[in-house]
Ligand binder design. Structure first.
Ligand SMILES: [Zn+2]
Length: 418
């Protein structure tokens, strides 16, 4: 087993989900804390300076002699979706540690420090907003809104963060923290089949599809399944079923669009009870932000019509919206020079690198996933590919940290706080 595979194996018992299969490592859960401890132990072993910032982001910095100024930052996240795979997130963190090992062995003289960042609640599976840590850091979400978010138990993010040792009052945009980032390069398992079809182990990311989440609440009349005549019903689950199918059809009619309902909660959820309310979430993605806006407005019409047809009322609330991100052109050029054989691929998945792209030059590397499946226990990275990925990341970090200046084209200055 190679370095990266061995590290992934070390955490393979943490947050296992025996019901769904795979892992359920929600942000700020016991599993999440154990994973952070695992990372901190590895960082300490390597003599890195570890600190947790006021937004809960873990930083581990390597400051070789002679290195100064803002750091070349890599890293990813350790939380997972419910029943997720073992690579989405941890692969980037383990590869970052391995890349530092490789650079150290190399003995190359670096001009800049290298830092690993581990972002909390990237999947948004606990509080509903993806990339919560990087959004707070960069100012993409206000602390007021973030702190008021609640999980399924009704606990607010403010309470959960406080219990985890953070100070909610100090959370929010961190210009000084962002100024420490000269460039951010996140390595991630590929979440589609691009690299399988190209027969390559590693790709450079070109862009992230614009995406957002909307929460729909449909209110009807809860009642008895036996005594309520079919004609007398106002059943929100029937209305929601129509909405789910019609939203799928809307995305099918729209070139390049993806729309998904993967979570639906009938209240109270009894077998012999007509539901009184149904909540569900829509995830919509498209490369063109104008088309995304039009899809959302058409989805709102579908929802209003379907609710009315069943005598129900519906409410649609936007939980998050991220425009399409094209990664920094200058940084992509630098990555291409370091990895001349790596193809460029876009992705439909959101990442902290996409959120940070508005604050610093960012780029991503993808490592081949032989199943093409992600957010599922079937997600996979072969050991040999994981090692190739770590070497590619080390090559890129080494080049960037040796350069006198980072030529970000998106930003006149290498680091700009929002
Ligand atoms: Zn991820």
């Amino acid at each position: 087993m190679t370095g990266v595979a061995k590290m992934i194996d070390e955490i393979s018992s943490i947050g296992r989900d025996l019901t769904r299969g795979g892992f359920s490592r929600a942000g700020y859960s016991t599993a999440d804390r154990e994973l952070r401890d695992w990372f901190t132990a590895h960082a300490n072993q390597r003599g890195l300076d570890v600190e947790r910032d006021r937004n809960g982001v873990l930083w581990a910095s390597w400051n070789p002699a002679g290195a100064a100024g803002p750091a070349i930052v890599t890293g990813s996240h350790l939380d997972s979706v419910p029943g997720g795979g073992g690579y989405d997130g941890p692969l980037g963190v383990a590869s970052a540690l391995a890349a530092i090992d490789i650079l150290r062995e190399d003995g190359r003289r670096l001009q800049r420090p290298i830092a690993i960042a581990v972002f909390p609640e990237e999947e948004g599976s606990r509080f509903g907003v993806a990339c919560l840590g990087s959004r707070l850091l960069s100012g993409a979400i206000s602390p007021e809104r973030a702190l008021a978010l609640t999980d399924d138990e009704g606990d607010s993010f403010a309470d959960v963060a406080r219990r985890d040792g953070l100070d909610p009052a100090s959370m929010g945009p961190d210009a000084a923290g962002l100024a420490r980032i000269a460039a951010f390069v996140e390595l991630h398992v590929e979440q589609g089949r691009g690299l399988i079809d190209l027969g390559e182990p590693v790709a450079i990311a070109s862009s992230i599809l614009g995406h957002g989440r909307w929460r729909v609440t449909v209110d009807g009349q809860g009642n008895h399944a036996g005594t309520t005549l079919m004609a007398d019903r106002r059943d929100p689950l029937v209305a929601a079923a129509r909405m789910v199918v019609e939203i799928r059809d809307l995305a099918r009619r729209t070139d390049g669009a993806r729309a998904t309902v993967g979570r639906l909660e009938p209240v109270p959820g009894g077998t012999n009870v007509i539901a009184s309310q149904v909540r569900f979430w829509i995830d919509i993605r498209h490369p063109d932000d104008v088309v995304t806006a039009s899809l959302v407005s058409q989805a709102r019409d579908i929802i209003a019509r379907a609710a009315q047809g069943e005598g129900c009322a519906a409410d649609v609330r936007e939980e998050s919206l991220s425009p399409t991100v094209d990664f920094d052109l200058g940084l992509r050029d630098a990555l291409r020079r370091s990895l001349p054989n790596a193809p460029e691929l876009g992705t439909g998945a959101g990442h902290d690198a996409g959120v940070l792209a508005s604050s610093a030059p960012t780029a991503m590397l993808f490592v081949r996933n032989p199943t093409g499946i992600s957010h599922s226990p079937e997600e996979l990275v072969e050991d040999a590919d994981a090692e190739i990925g770590a070497v590619a990341l080390a090559t890129v970090l080494g080049e960037l940290a040796s350069a006198q200046s980072i030529e970000g084209t998106t930003h006149a200055q290498p680091m700009m706080a929002k």
